[in-house]
Each structure stands twice: as C-alpha cells, then as structure tokens.
Design a binder for this molecule. Structure first.
Ligand SMILES: C[S@@+](CC[C@H](N)C(=O)[O-])C[C@H]1O[C@@H](n2cnc3c(N)ncnc32)[C@H](O)[C@@H]1O
Length: 246
C-alpha cells in the first residue's frame, strides 16, 4: 500500500482530533472520538491530500461535515482557501467554532442543502462520502455544475461508496443505515452511484475520470474518483507540428 492508501500517521491524526475536544473537561467528546477513529482507520484524507497537492487554488468541500478536510489540508502544509457546505446546521456550527479556535483563518462554512441550491466557486472541488445522500438526478446535475466550477488545471476529487452487489457494497449500505438510525447521520442514503452511472455523468459534464479503490483495511466499498476537464486533442500535422487552428 502506498502512503496515499493508508490512514494518516498516528501523531498527525491525534493532533487534528485534539482540536475537536470540548473546551471544558466535562463537555461532549463524541466529535473527538469520531474524528480520531476516522483518521486512524480510514485512508480517505491521505488519498485526497495526495490528489490536491499538485493543484493549487481554493477547495470547495460539498457535504463537508465537521470540516475535517480543512484541518487535514492545513496539517499537510496546503494552506489555501477552503469553503465547506453541509445540510447539517449543528455540524456547520461546530466546524466554524473549531476552525476559528484552531486558527484556520482561510476556512469558511455555510449551511446548504445540495438538493435545493448549489454554491458558486472557482477552483478544486471535493465530494467526500456524500453523493449517496442525493437522488441520482441531483447527483447528475451537481456533477455538471461542479465541472463548470473547476478552474483550469483544477481537480474534482470524489470519494464514494459504489453501489454493487459485493460484500463491501452490502456492508456499506447496512452501516449507512445504522448511522442514520443511531442518529449519527441525519440524512438517509438515497442512491448509491455505480461506476457506470458516475462515469456517464462525469463524461456528460466534459470530464475524464480515474477510479481506484480507497478502502484500505475498512470493510466498505469506497472508491477514489479523480476527474478533470477532458483535454481537447490537438490535431497533429505531419511531422508532429500542431495543425493550424487546433
Ligand atoms: C458521511 S458524511 C461525510 C462528511 C465529510 N465529507 C467527511 O468525509 O468527513 C456525509 C455528509 O453529507 C451531508 N449531507 C447529506 N445530505 C446533504 C445535502 N442534501 N446537502 C448537503 N449536505 C448533505 C451530511 O450532513 C454529512 O455531513
């Protein structure tokens, strides 16, 4: 496994998670334990950080939750403007407080339901573990809108569970349902994208994409999808020179 498919090193994960400790010793430690466990077991952030490292510019995080990506970018030395949106007002409030406390001056957050409105942005876009919470028609429209927000050279980085009949697919669906029933996730999954539907929506949006597994040692069916604007192929004149007007 490369570093990009392993969870974050323990010390870095702990440093980030500590920002999520309550300010008073008797406060609620749920976010701290959740963050610590996620960072220590899931290769999500190393995978995403490796993709974004070579693409400068701001990052829009659709369905940002507690804004962990902003902390991971900062810890990785990628200081850039970050804009996170999520439907869950409680998470956004905590994300704002913690980013302010931690000195992430370049991070801003907004409560936004992506089935109702899409944000404006120009730069890179991240959609991490949230596509399945949108109906398929909304996924298609959001991906087309996202393609228009990609600045030249910028990337769309998606991590998503893919819908299929594998054991991993089933484990993902059951776990998402438990997370909802237990109150960890307000929303219920609407539609798990398949590799084929995602591929179709991305290419209809004018993007080329690569798919690679990003589940590490977890039992889930999580894939990393990196998309960018399709290059317009320059017509080659004989002798290897570019044809006029190409
Ligand atoms: C599994 S969490 C992932 C959070 C974050 N991206 C991460 O990787 O840590 C899925 C997130 O999607 C958000 N979400 C679900 N439906 C949404 C919607 N319609 N609009 C915006 N956010 C939504 C949830 O509130 C939740 O924070």
């Amino acid at each position: 496994m490369s570093d990009a498919t392993r969870p974050m090193p323990a010390q870095q994960a702990l440093t980030i998670a500590r920002a999520f400790l309550p300010q008073r010793p008797w406060g609620n430690r749920y976010d701290y334990y959740y963050t610590r466990a996620k960072l220590r077991t899931d290769p999500l952030y190393p995978g995403v950080l490796a993709v974004l490292r070579d693409t400068p510019g701001p990052v829009l995080d659709l369905g940002c939750g507690l804004g962990l990506l902003a902390h991971a970018l900062h810890a990785d030395g990628q200081s850039r403007a970050y804009y996170g949106v999520d439907i869950d007002a409680g998470k956004i409030q905590r994300a704002r407080q913690i980013a302010r406390r931690t000195g992430l001056a370049e991070a801003r957050f907004e409560v936004l339901d992506l089935t109702v409105r899409w944000p404006e942005h120009a730069g890179n876009v991240a959609i991490l573990d949230m596509l399945q919470y949108l109906p398929e028609t909304v996924q298609a429209g959001l991906l087309a809108h996202t393609a228009r927000m990609l600045a030249p050279g910028a990337k769309l980085v998606i991590r998503s569970a893919l819908g299929d009949d594998s054991g991993r697919g089933r484990t993902t669906r059951v776990t998402d349902l438990i997370a909802h029933l237990a109150g960890w996730m307000q929303e219920v999954p609407k539609s798990y994208p398949t590799r084929e539907t995602l591929q179709r929506h991305l290419s209809a949006a004018g993007l080329t994409a690569t798919f690679s597994p990003l589940y590490g040692n977890t039992p889930f069916n999580n894939w990393l999808i990196v998309a960018e604007r399709a290059q317009k192929h320059a017509r080659q004149a004989p002798g290897g020179r570019h044809a006029p007007g190409a």
